[in-house]
Design a protein around this ligand. Structure first.
Ligand code: ATP
Ligand code: MG
Length: 451
C-alpha cells in the first residue's frame, strides 16, 4: 500500500500558516484513511502542537467548538477545518469522556490515543508522507479493524468504541481483528454507560450507510444491538409464515437495507413490525395473524426512539409511517379510496409511505419489489391535488365560522360536523362548494337536533 497521499492545495497552505509561526500541523484520522483507500475525503481534520489560544491568533475566524478537548474550528477559504491540539487522554472514569485532557507536543502520542489502527495515521501535508506508528497501513491492506494497544483496556476507556468498530467494519466491508472482537462482550458493562446521544449518532451513521443491513447483523452478532434496541432483537426467531422468507428481525433488516439512505425511512423500515412478537396469534389451522401490530409497532418505535434521544421531528415522522404502513394499493382503488387514504395519513406522508411499502415488500426476500405496484398512487394523488380536491378539513369550502353563521353552536359538535362534511366531499368532490356544504350542514343539524 502506498505510503503517500496527495493533500489538496488549500490544506497545504493551511498547514503552512502553522509552519511559518513555528508550529507543526498534520492531517489525521478519517480523511487519511479514506484517501489511502482511494475514496474521496470530505472532512480533513488537522492536528497541531499549537494550543487552541495560539491557533486563535493565527487565523481571522476561529470558533471554539470543542475547546474542552482542545478543538477549534477554523474558517479557511470558504470551508472549515476542525483543528485539535495534540493530546493524550487522561483517565476515563465512567467510560464516557476522558476526565482530563493533557496536551502534548508529540504527534505519535496523539496518534496512539486514537481508537483503531486505521484511524491512527497522519499525513505530513508538505510531503504527502504517511506517519503510521500503529501499523495502520498494514491493517488497511488486510481489511482489519484493530484496536490500538490492548482492546479490552481501550474499550474500558471509552465504551463507544465497540460500536465504532462495527460501524467501520460494515462501512468498508472489513473484518474485526479477533482480539478486538473478543473484547466487545468482555466490556459490555462499559458500553452500558455510554450516553444515548453518542450511541444514537454512531447508530445513525450505520443506518444511513450503504451497508446498513450488514452493519445491523454485525451489531447483533457482537451482542450490542440488544443492549440499545431490545425491541428489535426480540423479533429474532419470530416466524411469520405466508409469503415471508425471514423471521420478523431479518425481514426488518432487509426492509431497512432496501429503503433509500434516509434516516427517517431507514428507521421506519427497521421498526415497522416490532409490535409483531406481542401480537402474534396462531389460528387453529396453524396460520398466523398479527392484528393490531401496526399500532403496537408505532408505540414501541416511539418508546425506543425517545430512549435513544432522536429529535421529536424524526420520531413523529417515523411513528406516523410505522402506524400507517399497512395498506395495499391496487390499480382498482377508486378516486374516493385514494382521497380517503390521503385524508387518513396526511398528504405529506403519501410518498414516504409508498417508498416504505416497496422496501417492506423487498424485505420479504423474493427480490426487489416492482415500483409499479405502489408508485402510481403518488401520481394519482398529484392528479387529484391538481384538480384542487379536498383531502382534509382545511380544504373544505367552509369553516367553523360559516357553521356558526347558520346558528351552529361552537364546541365539539362543530368539529364532528366538519368531519361529516369532509366524508361527503371525499366521496363526491363536487359537493365542495360553500352553498352545497351549508345545505348539507343544515341537514346534519336537523338530523342531530342541534340548535
Ligand atoms: P468518518 O469518516 O466516519 O467521520 P472518522 O474516522 O473521521 O470517520 P470521526 O468520528 O469523525 O471518525 O473521528 C475522527 C477521528 O478521531 C477518528 O479517525 C479517530 O482517530 C478519532 N476518534 C474519534 N472517536 C474516537 C473515540 N471514541 N476514541 C478514540 N479515538 C476516536
Ligand atoms: Mg470524521
Amino acid at each position: 500500500m502506498t505510503r503517500r497521499i496527495d493533500v489538496p492545495r488549500d490544506l497545504k497552505d493551511f498547514a503552512e500558516v502553522f509552519k511559518a509561526a513555528g508550529y507543526s500541523c498534520y492531517f489525521v484520522g478519517g480523511a487519511v484513511r479514506d484517501r489511502l483507500l482511494g475514496l474521496s475525503a470530505s472532512d480533513w481534520d488537522a492536528a497541531t502542537d499549537a494550543r487552541p489560544e495560539d491557533v486563535k491568533k493565527l487565523f481571522k475566524s476561529v470558533i471554539p467548538t470543542g475547546i474542552q478537548h482542545g478543538t477549534v474550528t477554523v474558517h479557511w477559504r470558504g470551508g472549515s477545518i476542525e483543528t485539535t491540539t495534540f493530546r493524550v487522554d487522561g483517565e476515563y472514569k465512567d467510560g464516557r469522556r476522558p476526565v482530563s485532557v493533557c496536551f502534548t507536543s508529540d504527534l505519535l502520542e496523539d496518534l496512539s490515543r486514537r481508537d483503531f489502527t486505521i484511524n491512527g495515521m497522519a499525513v505530513d501535508p508538505a510531503t504527502g508522507e504517511i506517519v503510521d506508528p500503529n501499523g495502520g497501513l498494514e491493517d488497511l491492506a488486510a481489511g482489519l479493524i484493530k484496536a490500538i494497544g490492548d482492546p479490552v483496556a481501550r474499550f474500558e476507556e471509552d465504551g463507544l468504541r465497540p460500536l465504532r468498530a462495527v460501524r467501520f467494519a460494515a462501512r468498508f466491508g472489513f473484518s474485526i481483528d479477533p482480539a478486538t472482537l473478543a473484547a466487545i462482550p468482555a466490556t459490555v458493562e462499559r458500553f452500558r454507560l455510554v450516553s444515548a446521544e453518542r450511541i444514537r449518532d454512531e447508530f445513525t451513521r450505520i443506518l444511513v450507510s450503504s451497508r446498513a443491513g450488514e452493519g445491523l447483523l454485525r451489531l447483533d452478532e457482537a451482542g450490542l444491538l440488544t443492549e440499545f434496541l431490545p425491541e428489535l432483537t426480540a423479533c429474532k426467531d419470530v416466524g411469520q409464515g405466508g409469503p415471508h422468507c425471514y423471521d420478523v428481525f431479518r425481514h426488518q433488516v432487509a426492509a431497512c437495507e432496501a429503503a433509500p439512505a434516509d434516516l427517517v425511512l431507514r428507521l421506519a423500515a427497521l421498526l415497522h413490525d416490532i409490535g409483531k412478537p406481542t401480537k402474534r396469534t396462531e389460528a387453529g389451522d396453524g396460520s398466523l395473524t398479527f392484528y393490531g401490530h401496526d399500532l403496537e409497532s408505532a408505540r414501541l418505535a416511539e418508546k425506543a426512539l425517545r430512549r435513544l434521544k432522536y429529535p421529536n421531528a424524526i420520531i413523529d415522522e417515523v411513528v406516523t409511517l410505522v402506524k400507517h404502513h399497512m395498506f395495499d394499493y391496487a390499480e382498482d382503488w377508486t378516486d374516493a379510496a385514494v382521497r380517503r387514504f390521503v385524508a387518513r395519513v396526511g398528504i405529506e406522508h403519501v410518498k414516504p409511505l409508498a417508498i416504505l411499502r416497496l422496501a417492506d415488500t423487498t424485505g420479504l426476500g423474493h427480490g426487489p419489489a416492482d415500483p409499479r405496484s405502489v408508485m402510481p398512487l403518488i401520481d394519482r394523488v398529484e392528479e387529484l391535488r391538481a384538480k384542487d380536491q379536498a383531502f382534509g378539513i382545511k380544504d373544505l369550502a367552509i369553516r367553523g365560522n360559516d357553521l356558526a353563521a347558520i346558528g351552529w353552536p361552537k364546541g365539539p359538535s362543530m368539529g364532528r360536523a366538519l368531519a361529516e362534511l369532509l366524508e361527503a366531499v371525499l366521496d363526491d368532490p363536487e359537493l365542495n362548494t360553500r352553498e352545497k356544504l351549508l345545505e348539507i350542514a343544515g341537514h346534519i343539524k336537523e338530523k342531530h337536533g342541534v340548535r
